[in-house]
Design a protein around this ligand. Structure first.
Ligand SMILES: O=C[C@H](O)COP(=O)(O)O
Length: 253
């Protein structure tokens, strides 16, 4: 049986204390829309604590990034242990906005995955090809390199989620075809299987991210080997996030 779906909202650099009403609305709709699924919200660090308070028992909470070290002289950074300390259970690492804006390499992402595990957090490891790679037909090579370089040994279904986010689809309103998504997710499952064995690979959740909206969620989430979604813009509106959760099909028995 396919893994339990995970619908994750990444609020990125959005959300202040005065906007917590959207989280209250997500909390109100989570039980019905999320039945049989895992739901997760990754708010900015400044409202993580308040979010844990509002969403406890309704959705899981995650950080959006962590430093590889446990503590030390790293101004502005946040350790995985600090995120866990607030009651979060997941952390996103290697998002293309971190790779692009903060020059994060696969090696750096791998160190962050190890930090997440050290703190007891589930790492959501993001990979994705640029528009140039997509158009040149080299995306599977790029994705294969990112996947192998970003994942340490010791991956399990319980400690790691992989998110495929084509960079050109993020926030653009454009999405790959369902055939493209199926091809990539099948390739990722196979690559995970070769490295970690079929049993581990079969349990790892593979999320699709990039312009997932209420009107395309059912189609994208029904693609083989898609075990959920990582949602940016649409997760900021409770109504849209809940609609996407509802649209996500449950795995066949
Ligand atoms: O982490 C989420 C993704 O970058 C997708 O963002 P988006 O749904 O706004 O395209």
């Amino acid at each position: 049986m396919a893994p339990k779906p995970l619908i994750a909202g990444n609020w990125k650099m959005n959300g202040r204390l005065r906007e917590l009403t959207e989280l209250e609305a997500i909390a109100a709709g989570a039980a019905e829309a999320g039945a049989g699924k895992d739901l997760l919200i990754c708010p900015p660090a400044t409202i993580l604590s308040a979010s844990v308070g509002l969403l406890a028992g309704k959705t899981a909470i995650g950080g959006q990034d962590c430093h590889a070290e446990k503590c030390g002289a790293h101004t502005g950074d946040i350790a995985a242990e600090m995120i866990a300390d607030l009651g979060a259970t997941y952390v996103i690492v290697g998002h293309s906005e971190r790779r692009g804006e903060h020059q994060e390499t696969d090696a750096k992402v791998r160190a962050k995955v190890e930090a997440a595990w050290r703190a007891g957090l589930v790492a959501i490891v993001c990979i994705g090809e640029s528009e140039e790679d997509h158009e040149a037909g080299g995306k599977l090579d790029v994705l294969g390199r990112q996947l192998s370089g970003s994942l340490p040994d010791g991956v399990s279904a319980a400690n790691t989620v992989v998110a495929y986010e084509p960079i050109w689809a993020i926030g653009s309103g454009r999405t790959p075809t369902t055939a493209d998504v199926a091809e990539v997710h099948g390739f990722l499952r196979e690559a995970l299987s070769e490295r970690f064995g079929a049993e581990v690979a079969g349990g790892i959740r593979l999320l699709y991210g990039g312009s997932v909206k209420p009107d395309n969620a059912a189609e994208l989430l029904a693609v083989e080997n898609v075990d959920g979604a990582l949602i940016g813009g649409a997760s900021l509106k409770a109504e849209d996030f809940i609609a996407i959760c509802r649209a996500c099909p449950l795995p066949a028995e």
